[in-house]
Design a protein around this ligand. Structure first.
Ligand code: BEZ
Length: 272
C-alpha cells in the first residue's frame, strides 16, 4: 500500500472527521440508493474505496459482507477504525493494492477527489475478481457549479484568483462509461441526476461548505481576508442557492454499476 492521500487536494492537516460527520452527515445519509445498488450479500468481500468515517462500510458490514475499508486520509482512517474496529487501510485510491481479489468495490462521494481517474479504474479492476462489480456514486458534470461560480467570482472581485486550484474530477456519464469500458468493465447502469441538497447543519450556508471542502479553492487567501471572501461567496451564491431561508448545495450525481469482464470474455466474443 502506498501512503498518499486519496483526498489529496485537502490541506496537509487533513480532514476534520468529527465535523465531517456532524455538519455533513447527509453524505452518508443520502447514500441508501447506491448501497441498494451494490446489494451486498452475506459472505461477500466488499472494498469501500474512500470510506471516510466508515459509516457506509458499517452499513455494508451489517448486511453480512466482510468489508475492507480504504481511505487516504489518516484522520478518516482513525475515525473508520474507531467505528469498524479493524479492516481499515490507509492507501491512495490511484494505486492501492490488496493481497486478494474482492467480490465488489464500492465508493460513495470519493471518486471525484481522485483526479487521475484512469489510474483509479485500473486499481479497482486489479482489486476485483473477474465478474466482480464496481458500484459507486460521486460528483458528475456540473456538480456544485453554482458554488464554484460564486467562489470564482468572489476571488476575482477581490483580486485573489492566483493560487486557487480546482481539486475535483466531475465527468459526464458518457465520459465515465467510456473510461470503464476502456478498462475492461461492462457498464450495467449509469445514472446521472441533479440532487440539490439542503445544508441543514451549516449556519453559514455555502461558506461552511467551502470551508470544509474547498481548501484548494481558498487555502491561498491570507487569513485577514478570509472572512471577506467567505461573506462575498455567500452574497454571490444566495440568488441561486438560498431559497426560503435554506441553503442548498447544487450536487449532480453519477451513480453506476459495472462488472469486471470475466477473464477471456472478449476472446470468446471474438470467436463468436
Ligand atoms: C460531492 O459529494 O459531490 C462533493 C463533495 C465535496 C466536494 C466536492 C464534491
Amino acid at each position: 500500500m502506498t501512503q498518499h492521500s486519496v483526498h489529496e487536494s485537502q490541506p496537509s492537516a487533513g480532514w476534520d472527521a468529527d465535523r465531517y460527520d456532524s455538519q455533513f452527515g447527509y453524505v452518508s445519509a443520502l447514500a441508501g440508493g447506491v448501497v441498494d445498488l451494490l446489494a451486498p450479500l452475506p459472505g461477500e468481500t466488499v472494498l469501500d474505496l474512500g470510506c471516510g468515517t466508515g459509516e457506509l462500510a458499517a452499513t455494508i458490514a451489517a448486511r453480512g459482507a466482510r468489508v475492507i475499508a480504504v481511505d487516504g486520509d489518516p484522520a478518516m482512517v482513525a475515525a473508520a477504525t474507531g467505528r469498524l474496529g479493524s479492516g481499515v487501510l490507509l492507501a491512495d485510491g490511484h494505486d492501492f493494492r490488496i493481497d486478494e481479489q474482492v467480490d465488489a468495490v464500492f465508493s460513495n462521494a470519493a471518486l471525484h477527489w481522485m483526479t487521475r481517474p484512469a489510474e483509479v479504474v485500473a486499481a479497482v479492476r486489479r482489486a476485483l475478481r473477474p465478474g466482480g462489480r464496481f458500484v459507486a456514486e460521486f460528483g458528475g458534470a456540473h456538480n456544485v457549479a453554482g458554488i464554484l461560480a460564486a467562489v470564482r467570482a468572489a476571488l476575482a472581485e477581490l483580486g485573489l484568483t492566483e493560487g486557487a486550484r480546482m481539486p475535483w474530477y466531475f465527468p459526464s456519464p458518457g465520459q465515465y462509461a467510456t473510461l470503464l469500458e476502456e478498462h475492461g468493465f461492462q457498464v450495467l447502469r449509469m445514472d446521472y441526476f441533479a440532487r440539490p441538497t439542503e445544508l441543514t447543519d451549516c449556519p453559514r450556508g455555502v461558506a461552511d461548505w467551502v470551508v470544509m471542502f474547498g481548501a484548494s479553492l481558498i487555502g491561498h487567501v491570507p487569513a485577514d481576508r478570509r472572512e471577506a471572501v467567505l461573506a462575498r461567496i455567500n452574497d454571490l451564491a444566495a440568488p441561486t442557492l438560498l431559497r426560503d431561508g435554506r441553503w442548498y448545495a447544487d450536487y449532480h450525481r453519477l451513480r453506476f454499476a459495472a462488472v469486471r469482464e470475466p477473464a477471456g470474455a472478449s476472446d470468446a466474443a471474438a470467436v463468436g
